[in-house]
Design a protein. Structure first.
Length: 392
């Protein structure tokens, strides 16, 4: 340790806040080792949440003194992750207290793992680690104990089930699971569904699509739904809201979340002040966020602050769903596949059978914030707008 070090020179690196609904993050990888010099704002480690994978920048220049949280560990926002010595100099020799971790981390145990193992008399050499480098984590040890302390002896089964494969959830998958379970437990979920005729939207899309494509914009059905939904939210502000304890917070701006499917999970980037954008502007914003989400180029502030979310499983052929709320928001709208169906239509006062592009809009909403009548009126407004060709 440098002789110039003082308590005042030690700066903490902490788990950052990455969204109003993100309470914790998982360390994926440390980019620096104890003893390494780090410049201010240089990425020092990678963190995963249920929203986004991000680089954590160094808060200042200095030498990395200690790493407190190992890769694979999940800790709450605000937890101290490491210490930097700002009194050190870039060229200073810095003897390390321990050598850098090797690739094989299978015999490196955290204090909590050692404590649980001691309490239950477990030989940690017998526990298979699922962390980085084979490291045994708390979750591995608890799973070992739940299996009776001997994974190599499988439970008897009534019938052979054939070959199987097990793999641990990715940090994103595990945190999505926790977030969805918390949402189901914490909100009074209800779902309302309307059927929408997209004939006029399809016609208008054909008229506008080529011109927008020349300007680099892909005009999708989702853009029409988004623009019409934003207009409906301005007429029904009770749905452009979030719940904070026993208070309902009504938002002036429509910060529209658009769910994007990734190979490893789901992310919801946010279009801020969506009420200020035209149909073309929304189409461009949706395309940009979706592309950068799949390329992992989103910034942390682009996945927080949403006031209403739209998800689009219909692009994969789904025809009916009951989405889970993206809390603390009070509603989420689901666009299903647009399918040609035979429907009854009126022509000159007579009824006839016609083939029309039809889809279902499914909206889950929180009964703590509103009632069924308001949800139905809101959806009816979106339906009417789309059947007139969509909002401008």
């Amino acid at each position: 340790m440098s002789s110039s070090r003082t308590d005042a020179s030690i700066v903490a690196v902490s788990m950052p806040q990455m969204g109003i609904s993100v309470a914790e993050g998982t360390i994926l990888e440390w980019r620096k080792r104890p003893g390494d010099w780090v410049e201010a704002d240089e990425p020092i480690c990678d963190v995963s949440t249920d929203k986004v994978d991000v680089e954590v920048p160094s808060p200042t220049s200095g030498r990395l003194e200690r790493i407190l949280i190992e890769p694979g560990e999940t800790v709450p926002v605000g937890t101290q992750l490491a210490e930097l010595d700002t009194a050190a100099e870039p060229g200073e020799a810095h003897p390390q207290e321990s050598p850098p971790a090797e690739d094989d981390r299978s015999r490196v145990y955290s204090p909590v793992v050692r404590r649980i193992a001691a309490e239950h008399g477990v030989d940690l050499e017998q526990v298979e680690g699922g962390g980085v480098g084979g490291r045994v984590r708390k979750a591995d040890l608890l799973a070992f104990l739940e299996d009776g302390g001997a994974r190599e002896e499988p439970r008897p089964a009534a019938e052979p089930i054939g070959p199987t494969r097990r793999e641990r959830m990715s940090p994103m998958r595990a945190q999505i699971a926790r977030h969805m379970l918390e949402s189901r437990r914490g909100a009074a979920h209800c779902t309302t569904i309307v059927e929408v005729d997209f004939s006029r939207v399809a016609r208008r899309r054909r008229e506008l699509r080529e011109a927008m494509a020349h300007r680099g914009v892909n005009l999708t059905y989702l853009a029409f739904v988004a623009r019409t939904t934003v207009a409906a939210l301005e007429r029904h502000p009770i749905l452009n809201a979030s719940i904070d304890g026993e208070e309902i917070v009504y938002h002036d701006d429509v910060n529209l979340g658009i769910a994007v499917a990734l190979e490893s999970g789901l992310i919801v980037p946010v279009i801020r002040q969506a009420q200020r954008l035209s149909l073309e502007g929304l189409a461009a914003a949706i395309g940009d966020l979706a592309t950068r989400a799949r390329e992992k180029r989103l910034h942390p502030d682009e996945v927080q602050g949403g006031t209403f979310t739209i998800t689009n499983p219909g692009q994969f052929g789904a025809v009916l769903a009951t989405p889970i709320l993206n809390q603390p928001e009070v509603a989420i709208l689901d666009l299903e596949a647009i399918v040609k169906r035979a429907v009854v239509v009126e022509r000159d006062g007579d009824e006839a059978i016609a083939i029309r592009p039809i889809s279902y809009l499914c909206m889950s909403w929180d009964h703590r914030a509103l009632d069924g009548a308001e949800a139905a009126r809101f959806l009816a407004g979106i339906k009417a707008g789309l059947e007139q060709g969509g909002s401008e």
